[in-house]
Design a binder for this molecule. Structure first.
Ligand code: ADP
Ligand code: BMX
Length: 298
């Protein structure tokens, strides 16, 4: 672990596939641990497991921030799409974090936190309006307009309905969970990473899955451009950042008239955008109004 001042933030990012915990100060991530996200069960147990792995961090942080897949309202956490992650409804996340760490805590949506991280320190730096998209277990989004992060339901692009099927969220026909399902239907027991590996070795069935995903998400990006005109759409998540995926979407968009064509760029903070963003939101919680009040602040 790098030399670390003891006034850092404990930042946690809970996605549908992995949970990341880190000690963060500004853009600097001093140390991190990762566990797989259990498919269901009690999030308290998941957080305990993560804290166990970060035992050495005791006494090194004064506040906690959690960026989570799903929506957080008044400190309570719920899924919008239980296929991305099943969470007990209205789970008391902020209270649980405070109880387990003894520190004031704040929680927000994972993609919104990542959008904030990229805006402050990454590919969104210098823009006034940008959108962050995580292409991961599902599809999450965060929107910055006039230098301000839109909170609450804003940016939940993975829930858009599209050319998938009636009442099916777009993400359920485009990213991690879907790629694994599509692979199974093709006769292969692989996750999305395995699909990319198979495509890399020339498997046509795997390339077809990636091509359909890229087409659906490129259409989403074109629609976001028409709706919000961001200067950049910043792409993150393990699928978004998989080699060639952004370029594949870019090729599908190149015939659009310049005014309507989105500018796609990779997340500069990579997989750390969420923890960096939530650390900043938690650090400035006393000063900024966010969509829920944190527990334990004076
Ligand atoms: P989370 O959704 O938990 O935030 P990720 O951004 O890592 O996590 O996205 C998880 C999805 O990305 C899973 O479906 C996983 O199979 C897939 N994945 C992980 N690593 C890779 C990779 N190197 N290339 C392509 N897909 C990947
Ligand atoms: C879903 C939704 C979003 C989240 C996005 C990305 C749930 C549980 N999550 O659209 O809130 O931002 O997935 O999540 O309804 P990830 O797990 O893929 O990072």
């Amino acid at each position: 672990m790098a030399d670390m001042p003891c006034d850092t933030l404990l930042a946690i990012d809970i996605g549908g596939t992995k949970i990341l915990g880190a000690l963060v100060d500004g853009r600097t991530v001093y140390d991190s641990v990762q566990i797989a996200t259990p498919g269901s069960g009690d999030p308290r147990v998941w957080i305990e497991e993560l804290l166990e792995k970060g035992m050495a961090w005791q006494g090194c942080f004064g506040r906690v921030g959690a960026a989570v897949t799903g929506i957080v309202q008044a400190g309570k956490w719920s899924a919008l799409n239980p296929k991305t992650l099943t969470i007990p409804p209205d789970y008391p996340l902020v209270e649980t974090l405070s109880e387990l760490t003894g520190k004031p805590a704040l929680a927000a949506n994972d993609a919104q936190a990542a959008a904030w991280g990229e805006y402050l320190f990454g590919a969104g730096k210098g823009t006034q309006a940008c959108v962050f998209l995580t292409l991961s277990t599902g599809i999450g989004g965060g929107v910055i307009v006039n230098g301000r992060l839109l909170e609450g339901m804003a940016g939940h692009f993975g829930q858009f309905r599209g050319d998938v099927a009636d009442d099916t969220p777009l993400e359920s026909g485009a990213t991690g969970r879907w790629m694994a399902e599509a692979a199974r239907e093709a006769g292969y027991d692989l996750d999305a990473r395995g699909v990319f590996e198979a495509a890399g070795k020339g498997a046509a069935w795997a390339d077809a899955i990636i091509a359909l995903s890229a087409k659906r998400i490129a259409t989403l990006c074109a629609n976001i451009q028409l709706g919000l005109a961001p200067q950049k759409i910043i792409i993150g998540g393990s699928i978004g950042l998989a080699p060639g995926f952004i370029e594949r979407m870019g090729r599908l968009l190149e015939d659009l008239p310049p005014l309507q064509r989105p500018t796609l760029v990779p997340a500069r903070l990579g997989g750390q955008a969420g923890i960096v963003g939530i650390a900043d939101l938690a650090a400035s919680a006393g000063k900024r109004t966010i969509n829920q009040r944190e527990d334990g602040y004076e």
